[in-house]
Design a protein around this ligand. Structure first.
Ligand SMILES: Nc1ncnc2c1ncn2[C@@H]1O[C@H](COP(=O)(O)OP(=O)(O)O)[C@@H](O)[C@H]1O
Ligand SMILES: [Mg+2]
Length: 268
């Protein structure tokens, strides 16, 4: 099982949108995928067309006899919501939904490895765990970082987003060291995804070039700015693959997911 945090210390860069697309793509491909909505705004829960619920809070804080068991904390996402029409998804997609109560988790647990320990219980059940996060740094993030083997950073092509990358990488190094001190692996950056790219904007092209140098190993193709994501969020579907499978955005997103997954599998 690989645990992947989708994070950038900058809001509105596409973390939630891309978490949902990467998770659904992997379930289509045949993996058993668990999504964790760790943002108190619970937009991943909404993006996957589920009701906001305090399940992450329950899982982390409550006893098994009091609603905190794994089997009471999961929503199965119906394949019709995300698979290509007329093709059956081969894997499974589950979500631990969240709501505003997620913000109360950290005041109620003593151990910052609590999520890591919790995920060990389902080590043999899932192939991939994706964690969507709130952009504002909080003590909850320590728990999320410490549970993660990999990180994917979506970014816009603007200076403020670059600052977000820098801060995110600093935190990553710090928490990697903390994991290593416990005998675990460090946290590997496996994808830097430039998002909301406008080909006609000189600045975006220049910034893309700037990013390609230091991040040559992990940067993916850019995802263009498009109204399709907005449409998707208002549709009945949870993935671009179900909503508009023939669109260029669906193809680009599929290729990006393929790239990032290959990188993770190669990391052993
Ligand atoms: N490539 C894109 N083009 C246009 N809009 C996008 C793109 N990616 C994301 N969005 C929109 O930007 C907003 C923020 O995206 P979201 O995934 O919620 O970001 P975050 O989780 O980082 O705050 C959403 O309304 C989403 O639909
Ligand atoms: Mg978000």
């Amino acid at each position: 099982m690989r645990t992947v945090m989708v994070y950038n210390e900058k809001g509105g860069v596409g973390k939630t949108t891309l978490s949902a697309q990467i998770g659904t793509a992997l379930a289509i491909k045949g993996y058993k995928v668990l999504m964790i909505d760790a943002d108190p705004q619970a937009h991943l829960t909404v993006a996957l067309k589920q009701n906001k619920r305090p399940y992450l809070y329950n899982l982390m804080v409550r006893d098994e006899s009091d609603g905190g068991a794994w089997n009471q904390s999961l929503s199965l996402i119906a394949p019709q919501l995300y698979q290509f029409r007329h093709f059956n998804a081969k894997g499974d997609l589950y979500l631990v939904p969240g709501n505003a109560e997620t913000a109360g988790i950290i005041g109620n647990i003593a151990d910052s490895f609590a999520l890591y320990n919790k995920l060990e219980e389902v080590e043999d059940v899932f192939d991939y765990v994706f964690i969507d996060t709130a952009p504002t740094r909080s003590t909850l993030h320590a728990m999320l970082y410490l549970a993660s083997d990999h990180i994917i950073i979506p970014t816009q092509l603007e200076a403020l987003s670059f600052d977000g990358i820098k801060q995110t990488l600093e935190s990553l190094r710090r928490f990697s060291r903390q994991r290593q001190a416990m005998g675990l692996g460090g946290i590997e950056l496996v994808g830097l995804i430039p998002n909301m790219f406008r080909k006609i904007t000189g600045l975006h092209n220049e910034n893309l070039k700037l990013l390609r140098k230091p991040f040559a190993q992990v940067i993916t193709e850019p995802i263009p700015m498009t109204i399709l994501w907005g449409e998707l969020s208002q549709s009945e579907y949870a993935s671009i693959f179900a909503y508009h499978p023939k669109s260029r955005i669906a193809q680009i997103t599929w290729e990006i997911v393929k790239c990032v997954v290959e990188r993770m599998e190669n990391h052993g």
